[in-house]
Design a protein around this ligand. Structure first.
Ligand SMILES: NC(=O)C1=CN([C@@H]2O[C@H](COP(=O)(O)OP(=O)(O)OC[C@H]3O[C@@H](n4cnc5c(N)ncnc54)[C@H](OP(=O)(O)O)[C@@H]3O)[C@@H](O)[C@H]2O)C=CC1
Ligand SMILES: CC(=O)[C@@H](O)[C@H](O)COP(=O)(O)O
Ligand SMILES: [Mn+2]
Length: 385
């Protein structure tokens, strides 16, 4: 039996992970499940999987969790430190699926165990790349990419001919505004922006897909995971989301990974790695697709890609600043405080103000994350006025 922990078990990736674990009860024992504030879902999952521990980050949700799990053998805890402590419990495999920089310290705690960490939480690697990769190396941990594009590239590099890689290609659906004019995007509502054309995901990443900050964050994530410069990471808009990522080798071979738009496929790849496990996910019916389209992204309508590439080239805290400012801007857009195109405007302004100071320690990353949030909040109120 392998032991597993799921950080962010109540979210979109977390629920897909729990679904896979429920189908393979004989192979995995659940050490800890961690949620933000959804005590009902967390309790249901903990009972279904007979988890040793269930932790809810929000202390206000603790009483509900306690009453839902009273009489069961599941231990319970709450609060930020309890989340980090749960992540630190030794588990053979940990799913890191808390959204945003809130997931950073829990991921680092899991990495320190020196086992396998399946990384969905791209913001953690974007904001603290050096710190995380150093921790992975020091602990001898294995970082397995869950993000569909990175998992695709990882699978396409299975023969490990890394020195023969010319470039990698991340595909992008183009989001709900792929064909929209700037005027339409200026007036876009949260409801429209949340409607992803191909994937069903949490709110934050759905908005990131609509602005294409998701792809920008993914370029930075790929640079960290595959140790490649920004110039060797291409983005290709592919509205069908059938091809998830590709690796072009120096001999001209282009190896791609394909699959239906179901995150249980890459999650299963990391859960069973280095073996494979069966899933019930729908199989691709390529004959049902008349065409597969590919085109270059439009950086005029989607400045997020340019900003992320700039942050990656600048280095230091620039990616952390971009990601933190984006988190605040996405919240403000969802709360209808700012408009859709204001998200990128606000991030650019915060980047201009804070630049790219050094960030080679966790404290420095957290400091610049906090500064960026502060600047972004100030700008949000200016835009709202
Ligand atoms: N969804 C997808 O298909 C993909 C997601 N990703 C990445 O995976 C991560 C998760 O995305 P997704 O599942 O969509 O997001 P969701 O919003 O659906 O889920 C987020 C999870 O994190 C929990 N959470 C939020 N804040 C905290 C906190 N402070 N402490 C502990 N737990 C917290 C939430 O708990 P609760 O709901 O109980 O409040 C929930 O379990 C993101 O980084 C995203 O970019 C990457 C590729 C694909
Ligand atoms: C499923 C996944 O990995 C998401 O990151 C997805 O790629 C988002 O879609 P976009 O390609 O529109 O950003
Ligand atoms: Mn992705």
């Amino acid at each position: 039996m392998r032991t597993v922990t799921v950080l962010g078990s109540t979210g979109s990736i977390g629920c897909s992970t729990v679904d896979l674990l429920e189908q393979a009860r004989d192979r995995y024992r659940v050490r800890a499940l961690v949620g933000g504030r959804n005590a009902k879902k967390l309790a249901e999952q903990a009972l279904s999987l007979n988890a040793e521990l269930a932790v809810v980050a929000d202390e206000a949700a603790f009483d509900e969790l306690r009453s839902l799990l009273s009489g069961s053998s599941v231990k319970i805890a709450c609060g930020r430190q309890a989340v980090i402590d749960a992540a630190a419990l030794p588990a053979d495999w940990t799913m890191a699926a808390i959204t945003g920089a809130a997931g950073l310290e829990p991921v680092l705690a899991a990495v320190k165990n020196g086992r396998s960490v399946a990384l969905a939480n791209k913001e953690a690697l974007v904001c603290a790349g050096d710190v995380m990769l150093r921790a992975v190396a020091e602990a001898g941990a294995t970082l397995l990419p869950v993000d569909s594009e990175h998992n695709a590239v990882y699978q396409s590099m299975a023969d490990r001919q890394v020195s023969q890689v010319e470039k990698i290609i991340l595909t992008a659906s183009g989001g709900p505004f792929r064909k929209s004019s700037l005027a339409e995007m200026e007036a876009a509502t949260p409801g429209q922006a949340l409607k992803h054309p191909t994937w069903s995901m949490g709110a934050k990443i759905s908005i990131d897909s609509a602005t294409m900050f998701n792809k920008g964050l993914e370029v930075i994530e790929a640079a960290r995971i595959f140790n490649l410069p920004e110039s060797q990471i291409d983005v290709l808009v592919h509205p069908q989301s059938v091809v998830h990522g590709m690796v072009q080798y120096t001999d001209g071979s282009l190896i791609a990974q394909m699959g239906s738009a179901d995150m249980r496929i890459p999650i299963a790849h990391t859960l069973a790695w280095p073996e494979r496990m069966a899933t019930t996910s729908s199989r691709l019916d390529l004959a049902a697709y008349a065409t597969l389209e590919f085109s270059a992204p439009d950086e005029q309508r989607f400045p997020a890609l340019r900003l992320a590439r700039q942050a990656l080239r600048s280095g230091g805290a620039a990616p952390a600043i971009l990601s933190a400012a984006n988190e605040i801007a996405v919240d403000a857009f969802l709360n209808k405080t700012i408009g859709f195109l204001d998200i990128a405007r606000l991030v650019e302004k915060v980047m201009e103000k804070l630049g790219a100071p050094p960030a080679d320690t966790l404290d420095a990353v957290l400091h610049w994350d906090a500064q960026a949030r502060h600047e972004a909040r100030n700008l949000t109120s200016t835009l709202a006025a």
